[in-house]
Design a protein around this ligand. Sequence first.
Ligand SMILES: *[C@@H]1O[C@H](CO)[C@@H](O)[C@H](O)[C@H]1NC(C)=O
Ligand SMILES: *[C@@H]1O[C@H](CO)[C@@H](O)[C@H](O)[C@H]1NC(C)=O
Length: 825
Amino acid sequence: MEDLFTSLLISTALFLLLFSPSVAVDNIAANQVIKDGETIVSAGEMYEMGFFSPANSNNRYLGIWFKKTAMGTVVWVANRDLPISDTSGTFKVSSEGLLLLSYCDDTVIWSSTCSTFVRYINPVAQLLDTGNFVVKDGNSTDQTDLIWQSFDYPGDTWLPGMKFGKDFVAGVNRNLTSWKSTNDPSVGQYVNYVDTNGYPQMLLRQGLVVRLRVGPWNGMRFSGLPDEIPNPIYSIDYAINQKEIYYKYDLTSSSVVQMVHLTWDGIIEMMHWNNRSQDWFVYATGPVDTCGRYGICGPYGSCDINKNPPCSCMDGFEPKRPDEWSMADWSSGCRFRTPLDCQAPEVFWKIRGMKFPDTRQSWYDHSMTLGECEIACRKNCSCTAYANIDVRRGGSGCLLWFGALMDLKVCGESQYLYIRMPASLLKDDGLTISQSGFNKKIRVLTVTLSISLVLLGMSLAAYVCNKKKKRSSTQGRGHRVYAFDKRDSNVVKEDIELNFISLSKVVKATNNFSIDNKLGQGGFGPVYKGVLESGEEIAVKKLSETSEQGYGEFYNEVVCVARLQHRNLVKLLGYCMDGNERILIYEYLSNKSLDLHLFDETKSSMLEWPLRLDIIRGIAKGILYLHQDSRHRIIHRDLKASNILLDHDMNPKISDFGLAREFGGDQMTAKTKKVVGTHGYISPEYAIHGRFSVKSDVFSFGVLVLEMVSGKKNREFSHEDVNDNLLGHTWRLYTESKYVELMCPSFRNSCIVSEVKRTIHVGLLCVQNLAQDRPTMSYVVRMLSGNSALPPPKQPAFFVGEDLPNPGLFSAGVDEASITTLEPR
Ligand SMILES: *[C@@H]1O[C@H](CO)[C@@H](O)[C@H](O)[C@H]1NC(C)=O
Ligand SMILES: *[C@@H]1O[C@H](CO)[C@@H](O)[C@H](O)[C@H]1NC(C)=O
């Protein structure tokens, strides 16, 4: 998706080059006509306004885009839903101060709205260096007195200085609405807006379904966002009064180019332009992880991303529908063990470390004290919690919640929340009115339930697939699959288009699986290159015939894999099923696999440091998606250089994912009898005890990182020092602060030593011996893109070294069959 976005930017930029502006002014007078092909440019050349076409489209839109930097990224579009199909478009500001967009001899297709009917003597319009296009009265001396401004009507981009929220006086509601697709600016499914039912907070909605919630603002930051996120580049301004409610951010340095962008598929990206790589650098996204998904744990359920499963009930609560909870469907949430009853004595449980609940059913008063707030809450039987609104100056204001508390998330929140509880629960549970952090107070259900939850949580993917199976069998063999998401009341959410490709076509495309077409041997069978009749290049993976899967199971697995879509995962295009043949068809990536570049003397010289780091970051994001962001938690289990493919722009794409679990039956349980994986990349606990978790992938990733930096294969590494494998060697250099020696000579000239050091450090954190010491992928991604201090690594696991005589020897409890799968492929 980001790929497309980038290509959109590039093609937009290319397009713009063809139409260099002939009118380099930043303003137009009333009735001055600007034609398609002409543009106006802001004074400092930051922005340009005129007509453009998105990539692969001939439609013409009036828009504003970056000029000097950011390769023409479009930030605003006037006629989003009303494109002009030819180049006859013109625009002007009428004498009434309206921005008019016309085509074919003055047929007005779009115009700005105007709230008043004042006639202006002398309207003029100007494109400012902030990206705001303003229309004002040329005779007015008040610069802030605007007739109209594009900042009041944002599209999918929130620029610095732009107020986001509501202006009750002017009657404008400034929100972000996504494009329909990367190349279609018309209004799409997602809207990100300030919700003012109750205390204001930011919501992201897909149609009517809330997907993400940010906030509320507590005077210093958005509740739930970690304190430690450094923001040296911008400051946030928040206003709430009778006239308006808004958030605004301003850059502290004018050299930074920054924006918030809502992608067509509902991701909020905060990004800044990186001049060195000439690309947008996305430094924060929402939803970030499972717990970022709105209300995943239901009412009173609390989400903790460091737990598996992430949802649990707070103290004093129990799952409302234990049967559903045990099946990893948490949407029904939790309920009090003893119901709240306004007659019985009640107390408020003081907790912190929790993102404030959804405030859509809330009431607030900025002048009340905490004491008054408690009294107000006690008085009303439907009040379920209260808190200070503002954390500054020891806390002020009163926020009351009514009804079940929704969207609770464990985080570093330091502000206290007071939850109403039946007093009897305190006695029964030995709860105290807690002063301690919330984290310590969470208890996970009953023991039996939690064990089954862990097991089931881990096989969530399998579960979803099974659920799927039932659905699709009732739907027949249609190629279009509707996936149901139970959390949504309005049923159909996604539809995945999966192509069935007939065996004869596959045979033709691959020249009857000719040996000349063979690209390699993947995890589950050979891979061939093919060319479809349309000319599209594909990679065809022929699964080993030993698989005993039936049509239905295979089909459902394929559907699951097809749903995993991320720019750093190889894309599944279709499948084929005929007799015993089970074939998967993937996109073909022209630069083949990473190992061919990394471990090849000539090719590795092309892998300069910035590219290496980009590849590492891309892989990390792909794994993070598998672990957290996709609907199912997927553990890859065979991450290695040869499973990372590179597209023509050298973007890394993880391959061989998602299928790992299906060909071994019970492999998604926490312990497996059959170890798949590759010598040199597998973690000690997995190799020795068959225990795997997301942390075994983190280990493999760490090995990969160190290979990327050193240019050496872990399993073939040798050094004059005895018993020193790549991990040990790196550790020694780290302890002696001689990192630089690890660097592969081929990129020494292009490297930034501090980045290399940081990367090695992250690699070492990932290969620590104990799984619990290794960071999660979300932390890895943050470490790889930030500057915060890193924890010191402990000594890595050494067992993968030269000193290991034979993989079979450390496979206690591993059956014979696994030895073959342990071999490098
Ligand atoms: C977003 O803004 C538009 C235009 O002001 C408005 O019509 C729409 O209702 C807003 N949507 C939400 C969810 O606030
Ligand atoms: C309690 O608060 C709710 C929500 O503000 C309100 O509708 C209801 O009337 C209140 N009840 C009482 C008894 O004040």
